[in-house]
Design a protein around this ligand. Structure first.
Ligand SMILES: Nc1nc2c(ncn2[C@@H]2O[C@H](COP(=O)(O)OP(=O)(O)OP(=O)(O)O)[C@@H](O)[C@H]2O)c(=O)[nH]1
Ligand SMILES: [Zn+2]
Length: 202
């Protein structure tokens, strides 16, 4: 069954976002999860929408935990997309796809000295279990066949292209390093070739 948009509802955001915003839901997504698209700014007027695939991180996004860079990346993405027009896909892939409780198990292991990927493996998980099929379906339903992608993660652009999305450009996010997350960011660069310039951030 083709994926279609289900409902589009305006949301009020603080003035700082300088933009209208709408939240979009979908029918028949392949993984059956309740992923959201948030449309910011002048999407219709944008030649190519700026798109971020943001994987859910309850600890960072909601509670502001500094163990990761998710919260600042989320806010940066909203601001940047609002300026150019585009979509933030909020994907229900907590813990790089292993779930919230398992991510917290992995945090406990990281506190014994493992890095984020070693902890995943010690729990019997792959380094990264995310699949972006549903994200590609959402973009198709939104009519966004060509996108500018906001990410430091080469796997996101690779998977989207393999799924038939025309990723015109890949734009890195700012580096949101802090003493609490620097090991986590170093591991991303070392294991998954994230384009994060930690030297310039220090
Ligand atoms: N398993 C595991 N997941 C984590 C850990 N820290 C953060 N996460 C999850 O990692 C994901 C981060 O997702 P994204 O914001 O898309 O980040 P990314 O894949 O590094 O890619 P970009 O930010 O686009 O460069 C979220 O789902 C977090 O919950 C960790 O230590 N272990
Ligand atoms: Zn996080």
């Amino acid at each position: 069954m083709p994926v279609r948009t289900r409902v589009t509802v305006p949301l009020e955001f603080p003035d700082g976002y300088r933009a209208t915003a709408e939240v979009v839901t979908f029918t028949s997504l392949s993984d059956g999860k309740e992923h959201l698209a948030l449309a910011f700014g002048d999407v219709a007027g944008a030649e190519v929408p700026l798109v971020r695939l943001h994987s859910e991180c309850m600890t960072g996004d909601v509670f502001g935990s500094q163990r990761c860079d998710c919260g600042p990346q989320l806010r940066e993405a909203v601001q940047r997309i609002a300026e150019t027009g585009g979509y933030l896909l909020y994907l229900r892939q907590e813990g790089r796809g292993i779930g919230l409780y398992a991510k917290l198990d992995a945090y406990a292991l990281q506190d014994t000295g493992m890095d984020t990927y070693e902890a995943n493996r010690a729990l019997g998980h792959a380094d990264d279990e995310r699949d972006y099929t549903a994200a590609a379906q959402m973009l198709e339903a939104l009519g966004a066949s060509t996108v500018d992608l906001l990410t430091n993660n080469p796997d996101k652009s690779r998977q989207l292209r393999d799924l038939g999305v025309d990723v015109r450009t890949v734009q890195p996010t700012a580096v949101h390093a802090s003493p609490a997350n620097v090991r986590y960011l170093q591991a991303k660069v070392a294991h998954t070739q994230h384009t994060i310039d930690l030297a310039s951030a220090s």
